[in-house]
Write a protein that binds this ligand. Sequence first.
Ligand SMILES: C=CC1=C(C)c2cc3[nH]c(cc4nc(cc5[nH]c(cc1n2)c(C)c5CCC(=O)O)C(CCC(=O)O)=C4C)c(C)c3C=C
Ligand SMILES: [Fe+2]
Ligand SMILES: [Fe+2]
Length: 342
Amino acid sequence: MAKKGILLINLGSPRSTAVEDVKEYLDEFLMDEKVIDYRWIFRALLVQGIILKTRPAKSAEAYKTVWTEEGSPLIVITKKVQQKLQKRVNVPVEIGMRYAEPSIETGIRNLIEKGVSEIVLFPLYPQYAMSTTETVIEKAEEIRKKKFPDIKINYIQPFYHRELYTDCLAESIREKLPENFDALLFSYHGVPERHIYKTDPTKTCNLNDCCSRETNPSHPFCYRHQCFNTTETVIKKLELPKDKVIVSFQSRLGKDKWIEPYTDHTLETIPAKGIKKLVIVCPAFVSDCLETLEEISVEGKEQFLQAGGESFTYLSCLNDEDRWIEVIRTLCEEKLNQFYLV
Ligand SMILES: C=CC1=C(C)c2cc3[nH]c(cc4nc(cc5[nH]c(cc1n2)c(C)c5CCC(=O)O)C(CCC(=O)O)=C4C)c(C)c3C=C
Ligand SMILES: [Fe+2]
Ligand SMILES: [Fe+2]
């Protein structure tokens, strides 16, 4: 019988905090047409002609503030998850990154070296987006077809609506919530509005109220809806009143319109509305990374305090919490079993 294996995929980080390495990473990341979805020539003009002239130095400084002795937090945490999961399943587990190393190809190769020919590939993103789940699957398929046509890959789909995940997230938040706070802010990574319209085959999302409706044909493709839905499910489990909860979207890049509301604007305006003690959580990320440890925990905190906020508590991501490893194990086992059905 064919040997099976698990490949956990995360976004990836630069090799080091050297400006050249950050530049190489940003070049690969931002030249992905699922991330900056302009025609090649316009993307190259924007990325190589403008962004890569100044951003690598700025991002390298930011990476320095979160980098650990073992490397980038995102990679270190993904490795810890791999090791913990490996102890709970009886098939090989490897990791791969969409950008930089270890690449998806390296991850597949490592599994093949262990005799694996059927892979369960898990993009570690709870909500679907063109710039995350879709680009991972597209890249893995490209590599499989070109380099490893004899292997099979079974993909784990976004899991924001799976009860085992929302239970896990709610429990993780419950454990960390301070007793006294004015609001809990759910800050998700943003995406350009255009991406949502582009990937909605039903053309029924207008990025207004429909994203928070209970049902709409666009929901399986709408990242904004999936973020709202994650929040709503979790706050019900936490029994938090809706007026104590805010949702916003962080990490904008460039001049396009991104999905709203924006986290930085939110942090600057809520103290004047009486929200002085803030708790913040970032559920689009399953592992802490530059965007949570620097953009939110350092920059976001400063913005909020400068605008009159009094206390700012950041709740870490699921990282390598045991309950999260158990969710990963269950989702992987489900897919491993599907190989027997086809
Ligand atoms: C939910 C996950 C993510 C989505 C959606 C996403 C979209 C997206 N990101 C950029 C641009 C950048 N993102 C950067 C860092 C970064 N992004 C994610 C996740 C999502 N991105 C993570 C986990 C990280 C951290 C990586 C790490 O090493 O810790 C960066 C690089 C850092 C910087 O210079 O600020 C950029 C650039 C776009 C344009 C986009 C959607 C179109
Ligand atoms: Fe990003
Ligand atoms: Fe929507």
